[in-house]
Write a protein that binds this ligand. Structure first.
Ligand SMILES: C[S@@+](CC[C@H](N)C(=O)[O-])C[C@H]1O[C@@H](n2cnc3c(N)ncnc32)[C@H](O)[C@@H]1O
Length: 272
């Protein structure tokens, strides 16, 4: 088993982030969803995220923010990354990640994204898969990530699409027979906390606009390389994912990639 680094035991910061993945009922539901592969991660989100990564991960030092079960970390190593530092706030998720990992170059560390201490390390690639919509201060995280990237390094992440997080209900409006009529969007410009039900009540997510996600990157001098709103190809029924065609009607995810550019260059990974 891959030992976990000790939890960050510095003086508790004023505001600790939510840690709903350590709620037993939530964790049981989420673990089952991922185990049965009936979620959208494998079908839509992961292919889109991987498509905005550098063509080769050979020799790269990678930081994964909100690593969950460590799937990305292990895949990054399989694709040539030199090391992966993978952080998450949830002890449950990290314990499962460590159990599934036999690789001394992957380090799992229990830290929040907000209070991550890099101890002076820099990274070629910083990735975050479906975790940043749990973070209150996006601008602060992006600003920090920009300082953690080597010149030419890339930041790539996915979030729940702002069209989905605008309203706390996060539900289709349905007719009397339960058939989806439309996905309601309101309060799009009112950024901030949304309390929703996902396995348990009161799961806190933070809604922000697409504009905020993009301009936050530009504001710290990163150069936008990709913006994707992945959805199923029309008519395609991804095996095992119920009602996947519904996601043709509104995008479930937003995927962004941006580079810290070397002075006088267009970035080390080209224009992909
Ligand atoms: C939807 S899961 C995604 C996990 C993994 N990235 C994946 O794609 O399989 C979100 C993960 O982000 C973690 N997380 C949420 N808020 C966090 C925070 N503020 N700091 C660190 N991790 C956080 C959760 O504990 C959870 O493991």
């Amino acid at each position: 088993m891959n030992p976990l680094s000790p939890a960050d035991d510095r003086a508790a910061p004023a505001e600790e982030p939510q840690n709903v993945y350590d709620d037993p009922a939530f964790f049981a539901g989420y673990e089952k969803l991922r185990r049965t592969r009936t979620g959208l991660n494998e079908a839509l989100e992961q292919p889109a995220l991987w498509s905005v990564l550098p063509d080769s991960l050979d020799g790269l030092d990678v930081l994964d923010l909100g690593c969950g079960f460590g799937d990305f970390a292990r895949m990054a190593r399989a694709r040539g990354a030199r090391s992966v530092l993978a952080i998450d706030v949830s002890a449950n998720m990290l314990a499962a990640a460590a159990e599934r990992t036999r690789d001394a170059t992957i380090e799992y560390r229990r830290q929040s994204i907000e209070h991550f201490d890099s101890a002076g390390r820099a990274f070629d690639l910083v990735v975050s898969s479906l975790a940043l919509h749990y973070v209150k201060d996006y601008a602060a995280v992006v600003s920090r990530v920009a300082t953690l990237l080597v010149p030419g390094g890339r930041f790539a992440f996915s979030v729940e699409h702002p069209i989905c997080t605008a309203l706390p209900g996060q539900q289709w409006m349905r007719d009397a027979g339960g058939r989806p009529l439309y996905w309601p969007v309101d309060d799009y410009r009112a950024e901030g906390e949304r309390r929703t039900r996902w396995f348990v009540a009161g799961v806190v997510k933070y809604h922000r606009t697409v504009e905020t996600y993009v301009t936050g990157l530009l504001a710290v001098g990163l150069v936008l390389r990709a913006l994707k709103e992945p959805g199923p190809v029309a008519g395609e029924v991804a095996k095992g994912v119920p009602d996947i065609d519904l996601h043709l009607r509104r995008p479930p995810f937003l995927v962004l990639a941006a580079d810290r550019v070397r002075h006088g260059s267009r970035g080390s990974f080209g224009g992909s």
